[in-house]
Design a protein around this ligand. Structure first.
Ligand code: UDP
Length: 243
């Protein structure tokens, strides 16, 4: 693993095609390996740059996957192009479909109570072969109670939606108490449950999902300023490396 890592402002991405990545995950599920998947976007790359502990946690994960066109553009600008963007949401859907096919145990953690309830219902309805062993919203006070529940139920896959960096810190701290595929899925349950809509196909095709999210939730504007800042830093990095 990690033969072809591409470094973008300190975050080391795996350069896989989505097909390769899915094959690795499928083997991991079959072998019941303990794995940690992180799907950084430009905002996370910047926050890792300012938080050494977060950066080490990301770089020690088993899979660091380029979520967002900004990462692909950054890699190209730096002269180390990557195969393709692989979104956190698509990875979540792949894991859920595979869990359904393989009849695996799944645990959902995070998001608001009504969102996680609706996500659990959708799993029961649309993916009936999944053994949904437990779920809990993301507004708990006591980590240990949650971890004890996960350990008792032995899920093969733990989907964690606490937002970044909280979800990555949580997974890094507890993953070895239960061998599973652990992934931080950010706001994906909001979409999976139907509470929020994913951008229409045309926005996805044009890599304008960020614009759709901005139109829907203008309060995200502050967070989106991360993207131009990120591109400026990538260009500065490129210039520096040419000196
Ligand atoms: N969240 C949570 N517990 C917290 C903070 C956030 O469960 O203490 C959830 C929140 O409800 C949302 C997700 O984490 O479902 C984060 O969503 P956001 O859109 O910020 O994530 P992104 O995909 O942008 O990383």
């Amino acid at each position: 693993m990690h033969k072809n890592r591409v470094n973008i402002l300190g975050t080391e991405f795996d350069n896989y095609t989505e097909k390769q990545f899915h094959k690795y995950l499928s083997d991991d599920m079959d072998g019941r390996s303990n794995r940690f998947i992180v799907t950084p976007n430009p905002e996370i790359v910047l926050s890792a740059r300012e938080n050494q502990e977060f950066s080490s946690i990301i770089n020690s994960a088993d899979y660091v996957i380029p979520d967002g066109i900004g990462i692909i553009k950054g890699a190209k600008t730096l002269g180390t192009p990557m195969h393709e963007r692989i979104t956190g949401f698509d990875t979540l859907m792949f894991l859920i479909k595979a869990a359904n096919r393989k009849q695996l145990k799944v645990y959902l953690l995070g998001a608001k109570p009504e969102v996680i309830e609706a996500s659990a219902k959708r799993i029961e309805r649309d993916f009936p072969e999944i053994d949904l062993v437990g779920y809990h919203d993301g507004y708990f006070k006591n980590d240990q109670e949650i971890v004890d529940d996960i350990v008792a139920k032995k899920p093969n896959i733990v989907l964690v939606a606490l937002g970044s960096p909280k979800q990555e810190f949580f997974i890094d701290k507890y993953r070895y108490q239960n061998d599973a595929i652990w992934i931080g899925v950010g706001g994906s349950f909001d979409v999976f449950s139907g509470t929020k809509k994913r951008a229409p196909k045309i926005f996805q095709k044009l890599s304008l999902e960020w614009l759709y999210r901005l139109l829907k939730e203008p309060t995200r504007f502050g967070r989106m300023l991360a993207i131009p800042k990120y591109m400026r830093l990538v260009k500065a990095e490129k210039k520096n490396s040419e000196k």
